[in-house]
Design a protein around this ligand. Sequence first.
Ligand code: C2O
Ligand code: CU
Length: 470
Amino acid sequence: MLSRRSFMAGSASVVSATALPRQADALAPAIREFRLVAAPGQSSLVGAAHPETPVWTYNGQTPGPEIRVRQGERVRLLVENRLPEETTVHWHGVRVPNAMDGVPHLTQAPIGVGETFAYEFACEDAGTFWYHPHQRSHAQVGRGLSGPFIVEEREPYPVDRDVTWMLGDWRLLKDASISDDFGAMHDVSHAGRIGNTVTVNGAVMDSFAVRAGERIRLRLVNAANARVFGLIFEGHAPRIVALDGHPVAPHEPEDGRVLLGPAMRIDVVIDMTGKPGSRFKVVDAFYKGLEYRLLDLGYADDSLGSVRTTPIPVLTANPVPEPNLALARRHDVVLGGGMMGMMAGALVHGEVMDARTMMRHGLAWAINGVAATGHVHEPMATLERGSTNILALRNETAWWHPMHLHGHTFRVLSRNGLPTRHREWQDTVLVRPRETVEIAFVADNPGDWMFHCHVLEHQAGGMMGTIRVA
Ligand code: C2O
Ligand code: CU
């Protein structure tokens, strides 16, 4: 029982606990507050000639509102769930404290129907990020839940326009409604749910208006469940300046295609070198034989002046700790499963399960022989806080896998033994069929972190795990 004395002491500490922050407030930077309401809605994805599509939205729109803050700012994001099921929000690529990471059952209880959850964190890295649910992601993202999260550099980047294109991919029926075959086993065991309708910022777009002489920073976000994009800007020379939000030496894309796996972001700078009134195609040429025109760059009749001749500036590096490779610990990570390379079986909840039984349970993939279900499992690795770690990702499958690590940003060191040219920072690395990719990072963010394929059907089909930093 509490004595009166300890009760008094207790209440005194409560008083000071509420009083102290008020003093501190004067010094602490203001918190930017945002409200996101997740709820069903309607959206005109394919234009006025078709019915509206029932979708899931943030604040009534898909994609959700662009959250734009300045590097170093603290944000509080109140997420209210008016969906018919539980949800969470994951701030993809933002290095947040574990409790703010939005993974149901692992970092927080799911946000129940009618409930609100407050996320709060500081935005230490500038760059292009995005947000999406982590609860039944394949269905919730596939119904439209995602939005851009932009952290501006402290010093403005010298371009005429800063534009975001959220690339979406939908599987629509004839009446423009979303096919509800989420988690179909064929999608799970092959390339994931590839849709039939690609949108830019939530609508099929015929043309994007530009002006001759403009220098545009275009932030590309692949918010599709499974589609990989390989964008060609006909008649233009885009220069890649950031990958997954982090600066990279400006360079033209390899083979002219801007290659963007699910969840990846690429910032390109494009000088609008065309003539007033002209049009140029932007083509997605990733899947052989299935190339299509995404949209046109449509030049206005007037011009902004002559094209800039100044070189494309390098963005300022983010404060990501540099891996110490001399002392790195190495971990082999084998990606297995899928059609045309099916495993004999895998460990499911610690028990050996044959491939056929796995398929009956919706599982087709494994990491190091373990097919994961749900979000909580034995960590596949426990990393000492502050240590440098190399993950050697060996893809033994016939499929592409955009592998995403939460809570950290890693350097991509090599592909099939050859050092990468840019040693790029990424949070999601696209691993080609049969390829081995080495990534390295400092495990500086304590907690249990998801590591999974961002083809959301592969994730649901077992290709995930957790990495513990302790
Ligand atoms: Cu984009 Cu585990 O998430
Ligand atoms: Cu995958």
